[in-house]
Design a protein around this ligand. Structure first.
Ligand code: AMP
Length: 280
């Protein structure tokens, strides 16, 4: 049976009760509009803990003033039915006022790692992510939390926060689930027009081809330049970035040094897509 919880107080009480009886808790934080990528995280959590908590919270703090907070897809009834059918123990659905009550004034701030890549184009985004993730960690007190490699920079930033603050939680990565044509599953794919949807898979195709070239010895600047040209030629309207980075620190690499990660953010009209692949 799945218990629906709406407030931090109830969540803390439930978690403390489980802990008193020695049960292992795993957490899968999401923003809802769930797809198979999310379900794979939930299954990964289920395999490794006595109790699984899935949270759905569209976190206003991680959206910029001109971003898509108000139109972000929300499918609460469908999500609840699916998460319940998967045997999740708790579906945590807090309201924004419960997470950020009047007077809320503190933030987690990350330097360095949070200013690059998506951080350059979405100022404050990762502070918003970390603030809510820390709140979830304090409320759920999970032994294990699972995050997708789809949001690779987010994953590394969360690992950084957990190390910096000695948070007693194991962070596990989950591989990116893709549509049949390679497009990384994302709640934001719902925004794509039919024409944009035919272009979108090219992002992964170009990333994979470029990763292969880099691993084969092609110079980094030449490989990245030709990938950018390919993406624009494919129909992407704007590139925020396409960079080769150290897989852990996300420092940009002028020469290939493994383990490395190739990361990109590209626009199709009003929709911003991100994706990444391992190199080498
Ligand atoms: P979101 O609801 O988009 O905030 O994502 C919630 C969690 O699911 C994050 O840890 C994401 O990285 C992960 N996730 C999103 N899309 C995918 C995907 N296609 N494959 C695997 N994990 C994903």
């Amino acid at each position: 049976m799945t218990t629906l919880i709406h407030t931090p107080q109830e969540m803390i009480r439930q978690s403390q009760e489980w802990k008193r009886s020695g049960q292992q808790i795993s957490l899968v934080p999401t923003m809802g509009a769930l797809h198979a990528g999310h379900f794979s995280l939930i299954e990964q959590a289920r395999r490794q803990a006595d109790r699984v908590v899935v949270s759905i919270f569209v976190n206003p703090l991680q959206f910029g003033p001109d971003e898509d907070f108000s139109r972000y897809p929300r499918h609460e009834a469908k999500d609840t039915a699916r998460v319940t059918a998967m045997g999740t123990d708790v579906l945590y659905l807090p309201k924004a006022e419960a997470i950020y009550p009047p007077g809320f004034a503190t933030r987690v701030h990350i330097e360095g790692l949070g200013d690059r890549l998506c951080g350059t184009f979405r100022p404050g985004h990762f502070d918003g992510v970390l603030t809510v993730v820390l709140k979830l960690f304090l409320q759920v007190a999970p032994h294990l939390a699972i995050f997708g490699e789809k949001d690779y920079q987010q994953l590394q930033i969360i690992r950084r926060m957990v190390a910096d603050w000695n948070i007693p939680v194991e962070i596990q990565a989950a591989p990116t689930l893709r549509e049949g044509d390679g497009l990384a599953m994302s709640s934001r794919n719902e925004y794509l027009t039919p024409e944009e949807r035919t272009i979108a898979p090219r992002l992964y195709v170009v990333l994979r081809e470029t990763a292969k070239e880099l691993a084969g010895g092609v110079a980094v600047s030449a490989a990245l330049e030709s990938a950018k040209v390919d993406l624009i030629a494919a129909g992407f309207t704007k590139l925020d970035y396409l960079e080769l980075c150290d897989a852990e620190t996300l420092e940009p690499l002028a020469e290939l040094k493994t383990p490395a990660r190739l990361l990109a953010a590209a626009w199709l009209g009003q929709t911003r897509l991100i994706d990444n692949v391992a190199v080498g």
